[in-house]
Design a protein around this ligand. Sequence first.
Ligand code: NAD
Length: 354
Amino acid sequence: MTATPTIVPHGRLTELAVQVLVASGAAEADARIVAGHLVDANLAGHDSHGIGMLPQYVRAIRRGLLDPRAHAAVEDRGGPVLSVDGRRGFGQLVGREGIAAGTARAASLGLAAVALRGAFHVGRVGAYAEQAAAAGLVSIHFVNVVGHAPLVAPFRGSDRRLMTNPFCVGVPGPGGRIAVLLDFATSRVALGKVREARARGDRVPDGCIIDHRGRPSTDPGALLDEPKGALLPMGEHKGSGLALVCELLGGAVTGGGILSRVPYQDGMIGNNMLSFLLDPAKLPGGAALAEDVEATVAFLKASPPADAELPVLVAGEPEEASRAARRASGIPVAAGVWEDLVAEGKNVGVDVRP
Ligand code: NAD
């Protein structure tokens, strides 16, 4: 039986995260940005990138893998191109600083390319698309992961050669709102989902994992136990190809490093991200963009649902619906995550309670 989650209002969870981060060495203003990002991931329904990451950050600080005082070093490479060294800082902080520099550049040139390298975990990539959309910009983000052993097999492969390399596109709406937010890992499911399935005693859906010999499996043990299998990419050759370009654009082009060359370290979650920011107002479609987005979304959503219980949604809607629900009813923090948070809080002298 799964233990009951602890329900915590998002404001309280943010304050707890700030306290833990400050006690771990972060400046309060920086801690607020990191905590805000983590708790917003929970609000958006992406618990895998929410408060559950905080104990891992505390341990990474202790091991010297994450510098809680680091800020981004932004280097102007000419024209729209910015190279950003994350200096092993909180990805949520240095990523935000890089995108802020990019939005300023796109405000003057209409376009910016922000090549972030050397960040610790950047968290939910959609946060950077939302930041760009708040400045009226379209954005595209390619992310790779380094310092961690691979998890995902390439299409037709039988062992782990890729990570969950996320890809994200944001389209701005009126008033700084994001109208469409496509933000996903390129693996069919996250590792955490397989762990959760095992904890519940369930199998994983077809097409998500293979065993150590490359045979399709629905048994979480085929992935998690020795000899270990691999996660599969989403969309067969298409997802595998998208993961490859995330590896090359996020890792190679930024100079942050590629998975096969960066040594693995226990507790390390390095991210590199190549972001393109575009001001649609510079193009003929800019003036009518909001109207065209609205018309397209309405056209899609008018499709009669194949299952009456499951209407057509567009990317970004599930996150908004989750935010509305969880702002009202609080964030359910899984029992294991809460225990980890209490334990790491204790290690840095913070009494974590709801
Ligand atoms: P997911 O499978 O839940 O897919 C999310 C995307 O699909 C969103 O754009 C969402 O709006 C859209 N979506 C979901 N249901 C939909 C529906 N019914 N109709 C239309 N659109 C729908 O996400 P995921 O792959 O589990 O990724 C979760 C988060 O993890 C993302 O925010 C991602 O950035 C993050 N991530 C980060 C890293 C990292 O290294 N930092 C690695 C992997 C994933």
